[in-house]
Design a protein around this ligand. Structure first.
Ligand code: CP
Ligand code: NVA
Length: 320
């Protein structure tokens, strides 16, 4: 552990919640990466961790999940604790109990709350009223755990982050916002290549631009596919996010030119440019099998790193 890592771990420990990467410092994010890699290496070497022995995490899901649910539950178990799955529909939340009261009640039972919600304000309300840490497991606005895992994965593959260029191609959505926030803090140039009308939130872009400027990096939004030129990594996500199922057919028509296929990957001009996707992928829509299954695709490393990155977050927020 470097002296800087020790300092950043202390700083991260003071944080109560993980609601958005926009409020984390680069030092905090790097501290999380450092701990995640340590836990990952030690676990693979057979070390048993007890950082969260006897601790319990309530996991509220208002939307479906594979990765988030399993990685948080396994993460808690690997740290000596327990994760409890709660379906939003089966809770009194679904019958009108307020988010604030839910936060107050759960805080009397558990040591932390992870929630996947529709409205981002629900995560903010949970965090405001819970006396235990609250972790955003995806909202309509952001997906910070995903971006943490993604930049950790990129760091492992490229050996550095500062100065890399990530081209996000597709729908300007929750994942895009977190990639913008995280990339800007870490000095990654982020270019969003999106169809007209599907740009990321203007406020999120402006905030990321400010952070990027301070790190000597850039953030831009374009409708032109040529924006991927020079990208070290091309990232995409589904064209219709959870809750937008009714728009699916219309979106497929609009987004098809933005499909990540071999031709688009070649437009980076870099044969070693990587392909990333938060998954689940709709193969044949936003990405072809050829690209998703190519040697340049690191999508399953990203999925694995959800586990390791989140374990670091859980330790930083809940241990002690
Ligand atoms: N990437 C991600 O959050 O996947 P799940 O929806 O399966 O949790
Ligand atoms: N943008 C996607 C991400 C899924 C992990 C969604 O919100 O459905």
């Amino acid at each position: 552990m470097t002296p800087q890592g020790t300092i950043t771990k202390k700083a991260a420990k003071k944080r109560k919640d993980l609601v958005s990467l926009s409020t984390m410092t680069a030092a905090e994010i790097n501290g999380t990466f450092e701990l995640a890699l340590k836990l990952k290496i030690e676990r693979k070497a057979g070390k048993v961790h007890k950082h969260l022995e006897g601790k319990n995490l309530a996991m509220i899901f208002q939307k479906p999940s594979t990765r988030t649910r399993v990685s948080f539950e396994m993460g808690m178990r690997q740290l000596g604790g327990h994760g409890m799955y709660l379906s939003g529909n089966d809770m009194q939340l679904g019958r009108g109990e307020t988010i604030a009261d839910t936060a107050r009640v759960l805080s009397r039972y558990v040591d932390g709350i992870m929630a996947r919600v529709f409205a981002h304000s629900d995560i903010e309300t949970l965090a405001k009223h819970a006396t235990v840490p609250v972790i955003n497991g995806l909202s309509d606005f952001s997906h910070p755990c995903q971006a943490l895992a993604d930049y950790l994965t990129l760091l492992e593959h490229k050996g550095k982050l500062k100065g890399l260029t990530l081209a996000y191609v597709g729908d300007g959505n929750n994942v895009t916002h977190s990639l913008l926030f995280g990339g800007a803090k870490l000095g990654v140039n982020v270019v969003c290549v999106v169809p007209k009308g599907y740009e990321p939130d203007a406020g999120a872009v402006a905030m990321a631009k400010d952070d990027a400027k301070a790190r000597g990096a850039s953030v831009s939004v374009t409708h032109d596919l040529a924006g991927v030129a020079g990208a070290d990594v091309v990232y995409t996500d589904v064209w219709a996010s959870m809750g937008q199922e009714k728009e699916h057919a219309e979106r497929v028509k609009i987004f098809m030119p933005y499909q990540i296929n071999a031709r688009l990957m070649a437009m980076t001009g870099k044969p070693d440019s990587l392909f990333m996707h938060c998954l689940p992928a709709h193969r044949g829509e936003e990405v072809t099998d050829e690209v998703a299954d190519s040697p340049n695709s690191i999508v399953f490393d990203q999925a694995e790193n959800r586990l390791h990155a989140q374990k670091a977050v859980l330790v930083q927020l809940m241990a002690g």
